[in-house]
Design a binder for this molecule. Sequence first.
Ligand code: GP9
Ligand code: MN
Length: 419
Amino acid sequence: DSNSLTDIENYVNANRKEPAGDLFGIAKNRNVIVVTLESLQSFVMNEELNGQEITPFLNQLARESYNFENFYHQTGQGKTADSEFLVDNSLYPLSRGAVFFTNANNEFMATPEVLKEEGYYSAVFHANNKSFWNRDIMYQAFAYDRFFDIRDYDVNPENSVGWGLKDIEFFEQTVEHLKNVPQPFYTRMITLTNHFPFELGEEDKMIEEFDSNSRTLNRYFPTVRYLDESIKVLFEKLKEEGLYDNSMILLYGDHYGISENHNGAMSQFLGKEITPFESTQLQRVPFMIHIPGVTDNNPRNIEEVAGQIDMKPTLMHLLGIDTREHLQFGHDLFAEKRLPFAVLRDGSFITDELIYTGGACFVKESGEPAEEGSCEPYIEKAKQELDYSDKIVNGDLLRFYHEQLDGLDQAEEIQTGKK
Ligand code: GP9
Ligand code: MN
């Protein structure tokens, strides 16, 4: 109903921050490539196993990018699809089920739709059946021009493992397609090899397995290392095809790969007990923004807390697109007065100082219980955001919001004499 829509608009407007002046539009008109790093968690970054780097390419890339160290996934049961929803809409996924299934007929104002007005062509690349996660339907609602699905790829037993096409082959074939995509483009590429149960042929193992009682965690490292290598191949191919210099590349981990069922083995790897506090910290996933000619000369390492919900407004502002009329819960991560705050789908939240999870409040730096009442000011805010976002999704409220915007546009046109 329109009452709650007004409340939500007021909330979003009250929390809006002016975009950072120095970076606004720095990537204007560039091609955009958003890479989903399947099941990649931050704990493997800048770490070694048996003396070998687990993610050598990504470690180096992070030093030539805007790199976010305290970036949290905010997905629920919809896993990869929830992350896609967050990235393209800056709305939260639902607490139960996958919004890709439950609300695919909603009206949205997703990134492809916004960028279409700026002359962008949009596409997703993913070598799986188009109906997996109901993607074919949801991508239409997001206004994607094209979905390159499994039928666009040469997939055979030799180039496949586990869930399907191996990531290196995926990127090689993807860039071939990309050559024919109209520019400027907004594209997303979704990897697959680093997916549970983390299968990999011996010939593709560039590091050894870990040695613990969890076969899952043991196998995770070689598939992560393989994913890392595939990103290197993507970058090489983009350069070869002249698609690198004029692009902006965002890479993010979609959700955890190692569940709490493997806490024993995980504590063996990390050398510390996996408490609820540590479990929350393990929800950090990599996020970096690479802008050739910009971030390689002036990289930034950002420690402030952020989440997947912030990707859309950040991306828009880097492209120089105003988001004042966007109903979104994320913030431009470069905005000066931004409140560092990430709400996880289970109601946990993280600020620069605090972590709240399972009803307990911890000091972020030490993991010690925080002073009584420290988390209090944020508990209501976290609930409020999730609740407002759920209202938008469950009530398909963007239908009404669009009507309002159309009305405003018409009023403005009359005023300025365009009508
Ligand atoms: C499936 C792939 C994996 O196409 O994106 O989905 P997940 O199980 O991670 O949600
Ligand atoms: Mn996934």
